[in-house]
Design a protein around this ligand. Structure first.
Ligand SMILES: Cc1cc2nc3c(=O)[nH]c(=O)nc-3n(C[C@H](O)[C@H](O)[C@H](O)COP(=O)(O)OP(=O)(O)OC[C@H]3O[C@@H](n4cnc5c(N)ncnc54)[C@H](O)[C@@H]3O)c2cc1C
Length: 426
């Protein structure tokens, strides 16, 4: 039985308070989970308001189940902002030579829908009650002081202010300050590392996309694969916009390996796809003349040994940032938020201790999230025909890629939460 549904649970300790650093996908889902369980919290967000970049995102079936288990209104808000699927399949096409289907995978009824990140985050942010007392914008975490075990933690912000909390959960993304403070700034594990892949993103008006690739290709999710590159397209924004993500293997195009973004152009993307089929070149031609390009970093090479220490932990990208290739990173943060909401609910009511709750969180989430980071790297090699024994063979590709997606999608989250709570109680 989960903590939230246990009728015999105790009262919340009077001074219990959770500090959430960062109000992205993970931080907002965690806040809504605590709100549903009546656990006091504050989100400290460095930006002046909640916000996401103008791009698409899709949420996997496990992410949807986690949203519902955190609070059904989260799933309802996502579904209202999501675009209907053209077809309930992932479809991979040889975008280089034949333009034939390589493999397709059923995603379930209305499964893995995409939407605009900004629409989804706005919808979730509107569910936060009393934002004036539960959210502090313009607060950049600088350091954390934990004077002794079992006592409150003090947060220091770059504006010179401080705050205290019973527990600090770092949901502060791929360049997490909380991670640096937990692991030591000089540790290679404190920072993400370049994966030798980079990407370009664009939102294209649907009428132009339909005129170029036709209604069917523009109205449903496709990935076009080929040597050293792939292109993902899916409709967002009420079928008015086509979301385009182009991922390239780095053959010398990214010079400063520490930089996360840089200026890019359509011309250089078209050059990268010289010799590819007309569909991919047509899609690229719809992108703006000038756009940013984004290096893809992850935490595979230098993982954190643990996600927790004392009364501090990391969640979402701060703990296990991964490339976008399995569309799983956001969903992993939402699963973290589910487990942490349940554990904080129990700990706040006197079950075990905060430290023990964070230990249980780490033990339950570590293996699965690290596996996703690893599989995601492998998936990109498959998409780029860089796995010699698979190459462009659709049957072999399907045999490798399907189990990866299914491993992400088919998690028994009820059991995961039960096991986490049993560890806290044990
Ligand atoms: C190209 C691309 C496509 C992707 N597509 C998908 C997809 O389809 N599906 C999917 O599930 N995932 C996808 N992902 C992964 C997904 O975007 C991330 O996993 C997710 O956004 C991480 O959310 P987060 O809340 O953990 O971190 P973030 O979104 O990075 O949020 C961190 C927040 O913390 C704040 N912050 C940072 N430092 C501080 C500080 N010191 N003090 C206070 N606040 C701070 C930031 O301002 C930010 O608001 C994709 C990723 C990429 C790069």
């Amino acid at each position: 039985m989960s903590a939230a549904t246990n009728p015999n649970r105790g009262d919340i300790a009077p001074d219990f308070h959770v500090a959430i650093i960062g109000g992205g996908i993970t931080g907002i889902n965690l806040a809504l989970g605590l709100q549903a369980r009546r656990i006091p919290f504050t989100i400290y967000e460095r930006a002046p308001a909640f916000g996401e970049i103008g791009a698409g995102i899709g949420f996997s079936p496990n992410a949807e189940r986690a949203m519902a288990a955190i609070d059904p209104t989260i799933l309802a808000a996502f579904k209202a902002a999501a675009n209907p699927n053209g077809e309930d399949y992932f479809q991979w096409v040889d975008g280089h030579a034949t333009e034939e289907l390589l493999f397709k995978l059923h995603v379930g009824k209305d499964g893995f829908q995409g939407g605009l990140r900004s629409d989804i985050l706005d919808a979730w942010a509107s569910l936060v009650k009393n934002p004036t007392s539960t959210v502090q914008f313009g607060k950049t975490l600088a350091s954390i002081e934990s004077p002794s075990p079992n006592s409150a933690v003090t947060l220091h912000f770059t504006d010179g202010t401080t705050a205290t909390a019973s527990v600090v959960i770092g949901c502060d993304g791929i360049r997490s300050r909380v991670r640096q403070l937990l692991l030591g700034e000089s540790s290679p594990a404190a920072h993400p590392h370049y994966t030798s892949k980079f990407c370009y993103r664009a939102l294209v008006p649907m009428d132009r996309a339909v005129a170029t690739v036709g209604q069917y290709k523009a109205g449903t999710r496709f990935m076009h694969n080929g040597p050293d590159a792939h292109v993902i397209t899916y409709p967002v924004g009420g079928n008015k916009v086509l979301n385009v993500l182009v991922v390239l293997s780095d053959n010398g195009g990214w010079t400063d390996k520490t930089k996360h973004t840089g200026p890019g152009s359509k011309e250089e993307v078209l050059d990268a796809f010289a010799g590819w089929g007309p569909t991919v070149r047509g899609i690229v031609d719809l992108m703006p003349e000038q756009m940013d390009k984004w290096a893809i970093f992850d935490m595979l090479d230098h993982p954190a040994e643990k996600y927790n220490k004392g009364r501090v932990c990391i969640a979402g990208d701060a703990a296990h940032a991964t490339g976008p290739h399995l569309g799983a990173g956001g969903g992993m943060g939402i699963e973290d938020a589910l487990v942490l909401s349940e554990l904080m609910d129990a700990a706040a009511r006197g079950v075990g201790s905060v430290e023990k709750a964070l230990e249980a969180y780490n033990e339950i989430r570590y293996e699965r999230t690290q596996a996703v980071v690893k599989m995601t790297r492998r998936a990109c090699l498959l998409f780029h025909w860089q796995v010699e024994e698979v190459g462009n063979d659709g049957v072999k590709f399907g045999r490798e890629i399907a189990p990866m997606f299914l491993k992400v999608w088919e998690c028994d989250q009820e059991k995961m939460v039960e096991e986490a709570l049993a560890k806290l109680e044990g």
